[in-house]
Design a protein around this ligand. Structure first.
Ligand SMILES: [Zn+2]
Ligand SMILES: [Zn+2]
Length: 444
């Protein structure tokens, strides 16, 4: 059964549920193009026939229940009335029973039409339809997935875990070794990037937008060398990794926070210490990429963590030894993740699901990890069904799972570049013990 309401269903559900089916033909009445909005505007509702309190539009005019019934009965009986007076009785709430002829004339004068009266058969059909709709709605309601209390609790625990381990003020960043942005422009990047040039600016001079460095042609003078692709991929100018100390501290700090978050995931602590470590080692960089989406800005394609010192552009990360082979797909990943507009609940569930992946290398009790992950995936799917309104919910779960696949290849490229980077002692000595432990230490 579809979870989505068609415009027709939406329209139907707006029809009042009472059984006053004869109000409905008003919807097509040309003389009152939008009676529904008239109701909304709290205009005085006075019966056009007798001045009593009106209950709505009946047979094309605003009338009270009494005059509505009178008009219907008169029409059905095809009654012919004669005025016992002069034929111009003024009808009021109190005297409306005195002269049926003038009351009926008044009905017709204010626009009531017998064409709007339903036959008994039509009335019955309408009633049946309304009943059927009510039953369908009740059925739909009973089939609707609901977050169980336990699932709700898991979401709350994860939200709390994230809030405890992600500081949106980024105040700790000033404790890291300071960022040093090398503006000599001596870095060599391996290839031009479509994401970089398209994403940063639509103007001709895209370099301005993402780099304030005095070397304006940093990306535009790059050459695509087809022949030496493999070697050039690693041809980073390692001697100028001025951002490495700061970003190493940032990554180290983030790893700590990811560990803190993981420990609070319901079920994580039931795993053996070995499995916990195996999961964290292989997922840490992926979760860092996921959580960094919170600071990523689509406006200037940078990670904005407070003031300008802590605003990171691609050029800053290349100055920490990473090449566009990683950064281009990473930025593309950040853009598409950002555009999913995840709720915080979905964001934290995705991070937890990412950590609890049973297929990580070195995991022993894959069954237990899988059962925890399955439970989290189920919560995520149910959450999306119940709480994420259309159109954003469309295929959202599948798109989120695709993000996990994207993270795997980003992880792989990161490992490759990290190995290359940490191979040189002058670089690995800039890293922190935690980074070396989690990402590996080539020197030892
Ligand atoms: Zn009336
Ligand atoms: Zn009369």
């Amino acid at each position: 059964m579809s979870q989505f309401q068609s415009p027709w269903e939406l329209y139907q559900s707006r029809i009042p549920n009472d059984l006053d089916v004869e109000m409905e033909p008003m919807a097509s009445c040309p003389s009152f193009p939008d009676p529904a909005s008239d109701f909304d505007r709290n205009i005085p509702r006075i019966c056009g026939v007798c001045g009593d309190k009106a209950t709505g539009f009946h047979f094309n005019a605003m009338t009270c229940e009494g005059c509505k019934g009178f008009f219907r009965r008169s029409m059905k009986r095809k009654a012919m009335f004669t005025c016992p007076f002069n034929g111009d009785c003024k009808i009021t709430k109190d005297n409306r029973r005195h002269c049926q002829a003038c009351r009926l004339k008044r009905c017709v004068d204010i626009g009531m039409m017998k064409e709007f009266i339903l036959t008994d058969e039509e009335v019955q059909r309408k009633r049946d339809m309304i009943m059927k709709r009510k039953e369908e709605e009740a059925l739909k309601e009973s089939l609707k997935p609901k977050l169980q209390e336990e699932q709700q609790r898991v979401i709350e625990v994860l939200l709390e875990a994230h809030r405890k381990t992600y500081d949106p003020t980024y105040s700790d960043f000033s404790k890291f070794r300071p960022p040093v942005r090398d503006s000599s422009g001596k870095r060599s990047t391996t290839r031009s990037s479509s994401v970089v040039t398209q994403g940063f600016s639509s103007s001709e001079d895209s370099s301005d937008t993402f780099s304030s460095s005095p070397e304006p042609k940093m990306f535009s003078n790059l050459e695509l060398s087809d022949d030496s692709d493999e070697s050039s991929a690693m041809a980073i100018e390692f001697s100028h990794l001025s951002m490495l100390p700061h970003l190493a501290d940032l990554v180290s700090y983030s790893i700590q926070k990811v560990i803190g978050f993981a420990k609070m995931i319901p079920g994580f602590k039931d795993l053996t210490a070995e499995d916990q470590i195996a999961l964290l080692k292989s997922s840490a960089i992926e979760v860092i990429m996921l959580r960094s989406n919170q600071s990523f800005s689509l406006e200037d394609m940078s990670w904005t963590c407070g003031n300008n010192d802590f605003k990171y552009k691609i050029s800053d990360v290349t100055q920490a030894g990473h090449s566009l082979d990683l950064l281009e797909p990473l930025v593309r990943f950040q853009i598409s993740l950002k555009k999913l507009n995840l709720h915080e609940e979905e964001h934290v569930l995705l991070m937890a699901i990412c950590i609890l992946s049973p297929d990580r290398p070195g995991v022993q009790d894959t069954a237990l990890v899988e059962s925890i992950q399955d439970n989290l995936s189920e919560i995520l799917q149910t959450y999306i069904l119940c709480r994420h309104p259309p159109p954003g919910n469309r295929l959202l779960y599948a798109k989120m799972i695709q993000k996990l696949a994207d993270l795997r290849s980003l992880n792989e490229e990161h490992s490759k570049q990290y190995r290359c980077l940490s191979f040189l002692p002058e670089h690995s000595m800039q890293l922190t013990p935690l980074v070396l432990e989690v990402f590996g230490n080539e020197i030892s």
